[in-house]
Design a protein around this ligand. Structure first.
Ligand SMILES: Cc1cc2nc3c(=O)[nH]c(=O)nc-3n(C[C@H](O)[C@H](O)[C@H](O)COP(=O)(O)OP(=O)(O)OC[C@H]3O[C@@H](n4cnc5c(N)ncnc54)[C@H](O)[C@@H]3O)c2cc1C
Length: 499
């Protein structure tokens, strides 16, 4: 998923609540009081003409290039306008304006879409990244946060109260984007998927013939939409402006890193990992990262000691002669400690996601070795995350669209290349990296049986069932209910069911 090998070098700092300049705009008239059930009953209602509000960036503005560029610089788009919402009404206005002016729209939070789908040429980007509110209720163990927090900001804010929720490993990824597609990370086996901990949301949906409105979803109100947001919510049903999580106490973790030089121990390490880590104590989350000439193992043991971490991972650590380090501390500090500043990462990335329910046979592990030895760059890796018998096997109350409950592990080949801030610096490698990913993922097809919507596989046949299995049918019905005009659409968006 990302190159963890350099993580221990640098500490990142959270930037919660960075002030934003608001360019004054005319606030659109309040939305008419039409049916608030999202049922499409007022499907033909027309809204007063809307104006854009919030912090607005257009192509002629000096900050336009920076405001538009996503994390993966492989995809460069030129939107007509970017609206950085400062409050929910800015989102309502932007969506209404886009509909009334027939302008293509995309929703954006942390900008880490791996196919550049949170931006669009000649359209409007509705960006929620400046919605940074945080309300943590330690008594009820719930947190209500603005949709603009990134994962590091969320982990840091909760960590101050010894609380946690599952997130992915990269701090700069948007909490919204990660959660709405599932959200897997070191705490998945302990607390479930990030989306399993989502118990409510404020979401701006299309309304009537050309308008928009904000609605609250929770297990009792619009529970079908909450189900859909738990694993299929990215840019499909509306614009999430706030998320409510059930959060769990987490005082400290033991964080273990092991490094094997060369790939000679790969079979032993991989096979032992896939046969032990997914079945270990549910407090243990672990990842393997296989590079051109190194194998890395990372483990996080929630509320555990160094000795316990070493013991639980002992079967893997007994292979060959790895260099092992363990540190214990608060989850917030540990998480911040393994972040890498974005500017130190390659500019261009390509991944291919896959879930697996049976252990890889020797042949598959040999393929990984062969492909990694010929990786297109030093930043390329094969990443895995243990699933197995953990908390993610249980759906939350009300269910979730995320279907991969029986996975043994998640994995992905990933290539990173090119230099940030130097456009075209990776051009020579681009076709090599793309071919490598295509051939690598094709070679592993006999051993995998699902894909992860947060790491979309472009061009994949039957992506609908690879991401959501049979849940796709229900998702189409929910789409027809909340977005009958298919306002929210992109390359792999969910089409509304036809009646
Ligand atoms: C370096 C890296 C590491 C990663 N590591 C992990 C990991 O450890 N675990 C994991 O589970 N995933 C991981 N991912 C995948 C990540 O979860 C997805 O890329 C995620 O969708 C990014 O969300 P974002 O908000 O940053 O991106 P954006 O580009 O802003 O959005 C991504 C998608 O979500 C939609 N979206 C964003 N915000 C909203 C909103 N508020 N309402 C509705 N739709 C919205 C966008 O329209 C787009 O389709 C990683 C990705 C990268 C690039």
């Amino acid at each position: 998923m990302r190159d963890l090998s350099r993580r221990n070098l640098l500490k990142a700092t959270a930037a919660v609540g960075a002030g934003a300049v608001v360019i004054p705009g005319v606030v659109a008239g309040s939305t008419p009081g039409i049916a608030a059930d999202g049922s499409g009953s007022s499907i033909g209602a027309r809204f007063p003409s809307a104006k854009l509000t919030g912090r607005i960036v257009r192509p002629s503005d000096p900050g336009y290039g920076k405001a538009s560029l996503g994390w993966d610089e492989l995809f460069v788009r030129y939107p007509l306008v970017i609206v950085f919402a400062q409050e929910t009404q800015d989102v309502v206005n932007a969506l209404t304006w886009a509909r009334q002016n027939d302008v293509a729209l995309r929703v954006r939070s942390g900008r880490h879409s791996l196919e550049g789908w949170s931006n669009v040429d000649n359209g409007i980007v509705i960006d929620v990244s400046e919605l940074k509110s945080t309300h943590i209720d330690t008594a009820s163990r719930t947190a209500r946060v603005g949709a603009g927090l990134n994962q590091l900001e969320a982990v840091t804010a909760l960590g101050k109260y010894d609380l946690a929720v599952t997130t992915g490993t990269e701090g700069s990824v948007g909490l919204s984007g990660a959660t709405l597609g599932g959200g897997l990370g070191f705490l998945t086996r302990y607390l479930g998927m990030a989306c399993d901990n989502l118990i409510g949301a404020e979401i701006v949906v299309a309304s009537g013939a050309d308008g928009a409105k904000a609605i609250e979803v929770d297990p009792w109100n619009h529970s079908d939409l909450l189900w859909a947001l738990r694993g299929a919510g990215n840019g499909n049903f509306g614009i999430v402006t706030a998320l409510t999580y059930k959060v769990a106490p987490l005082k400290s973790v033991a964080y273990l890193q092991a490094t094997w030089e060369g790939l000679d121990d790969l079979y032993g390490v991989f096979d032992t990992w896939q046969r032990t880590a997914p079945f270990a104590d549910h407090r243990l989350g672990s990842q393997l990262e296989i590079h051109k000439s190194q194998i890395l193992l990372f483990g996080v043991l929630a509320e555990g000691s160094e000795a316990e971490a070493r013991e639980l991972l002992g079967p893997i650590l007994s292979i060959g002669n790895p260099e092992v380090t363990v540190q214990t501390g608060g989850w917030g500090d540990t998480y911040a400690g393994f972040q890498i500043p974005t500017e130190d990462e390659p500019a261009n990335w390509k991944f291919f996601s896959q879930f697996t329910s049976e252990p890889f046979p020797r042949r598959a592990i040999s393929l990984i070795r062969a492909f990694m030895e010929n990786a297109p760059s030093d930043d390329s890796n094969f990443f895995t995350q243990a699933f197995g018998t953990g908390a993610q096997t249980q759906e939350p109350f009300g269910g979730a669209a995320f279907p991969h409950r029986d996975a043994l592990f998640y994995s992905e080949p990933g290539a990173g290349w090119g230099t940030r801030g130097e456009p075209d610096s990776g051009d020579a490698v681009t076709p090599i990296a793309q071919t490598w990913i295509a051939e690598f993922s094709q070679a592993l097809r006999p051993y995998v049986n699902g894909a992860y919507v947060n790491v979309p596989n472009i061009g994949m046949a039957e992506w609908e069932t690879a991401y959501w299995r049979s849940n796709f049918r229900r998702l189409r019905k929910i789409k027809a209910k909340y977005d009958p005009h298919n306002v929210f659409q992109y390359e792999q968006s969910i089409p509304p069911a036809t009646l």
